[in-house]
Design a protein around this ligand. Structure first.
Ligand code: ASP
Length: 347
């Protein structure tokens, strides 16, 4: 196998590699540090049967992540694809699920593991979860070293689970198990052994990797709340956005008052927006036909986001609109499962 045992370790920043920004003050805010400054904490990597090759990108707190950075990451993986068995991306936890989702769409026909990981406590601190997350990720990214099955997906490895990236969400700002996949089972579990859940892992692709190079960033998320004003929606629709993720109540429900529905209609008919409905709930799916409060949206042409995460709905819209498809095609494709991000729509 080409690149057997070799993993490209792409370092983007995040808590995993942070140190206090003022060296003289351990209480100063954390900021990402160059990998060389962390060498005293990574000696466990020297004994691994996996050969990580470091690829540093601009170091950021992932709250500063952008779609442009996702495109750079996809390009780095595409350019180095043949030379490595897999890829590990060290990333901040705050927006890790967005990045994992973006890469899942940008890397079409992915046939190698791309594992994102990070930590709640930096490598440099004694109670850190960083080293274990990193070591396990490297092992999963180089499956030939220990006869693991290959996982040809963009995943998040965090604490004791391996999750499909476009199904994962950050669910805790402090717990070691900071990520969950509410609508899809774990692809693997990590304890004294690494166990993979072969039934849920995507099959190897039949075609060669294709790296997409565009994302539309004129996409927004609007979260409904009781009393939301229709004129605020209209003003957002007038800003030039092309896609909207509407985070609705329960099974995809929204107010039925005339002004609200007219604003949604204005967005769809006059502004040619693609509006996608995802639930505010932590798990479950949108079913717009179920209540009158959802049926109004369905009748206007709002698209069901089914059981997609809000992150998946947003980034998928960026991806499909970035491909230059017309709104009707984007609506159809939003409801189609492209990368394992969605279960069949039940409306
Ligand atoms: N603010 C950090 C980041 O996302 C948090 C983390 O990595 O856990 O970069």
């Amino acid at each position: 196998m080409s690149g057997a045992g070799k993993v490209l370790l792409i370092y983007t920043g995040g808590t995993v590699g942070m140190l206090p920004s003022d060296g003289a003050n351990p209480e100063s805010p954390l900021a990402p540090a160059a990998w060389e400054r962390l060498s005293g904490f990574t000696s466990a990597l020297d004994t691994l049967d996996v050969e990580p090759v470091m690829y540093p990108l601009p170091l950021i707190d992932s709250s500063n992540m952008t779609p442009g950075y996702w495109l750079d990451l996809a390009r780095v993986i595409g350019d180095n694809y043949a030379g490595f068995e897999g890829f590990v991306i060290l990333h901040g936890t705050d927006t890790m699920s967005f990045t994992a989702t973006a890469l899942s769409f940008l890397l079409e026909n992915l046939g190698k593991p791309v594992i994102l990981t990070g930590s709640q406590i930096p490598l440099s601190e004694p109670r850190n979860d960083a080293l274990q997350n990193l070591v396990t990720s490297l092992m999963i990214a180089a499956p030939s070293a220990r006869a693991l099955a290959p996982v040809p997906e963009v995943c998040i490895l965090f604490h004791d689970v391996l999750l499909r990236g476009n199904r994962a969400r950050k669910v805790s700002a402090s717990a070691y198990n900071g990520f969950a996949s509410p609508n899809y089972g774990a692809l693997g579990w990590v304890g004294t052994h690494i166990e993979l859940n072969a039934k849920l892992i995507r099959p190897l692709p039949e075609r060669a990797l294709h790296v997409h190079e565009r994302l539309e960033d004129k996409v927004v998320t609007i979260e409904l709340f009781p009393g939301i004003k229709a004129d605020i929606l209209r003003r957002i629709f007038d800003t030039g956005v092309r896609g909207v993720v509407l985070r609705t109540f329960g099974a995809g429900n929204a107010p039925t008052d005339k002004e609200f529905l007219q604003a949604v209609e204005y967005g769809i008919r006059e502004r040619e927006l693609v509006i996608v409905n995802v639930t505010q709930c932590g798990e479950g799916a949108v079913a717009m036909g179920r209540y009158e409060t959802g049926a109004g949206l369905l009748a206007l042409g709002v698209v069901s986001g089914a059981d997609m995460t809000p992150e998946a709905a947003l980034v998928k819209l960026q991806f499909l609109l970035g491909r230059g498809d017309d709104p009707d095609t984007v609506k159809q494709m939003m409801q189609r499962n492209l990368r394992g991000e969605l279960s069949p729509v039940k409306d």
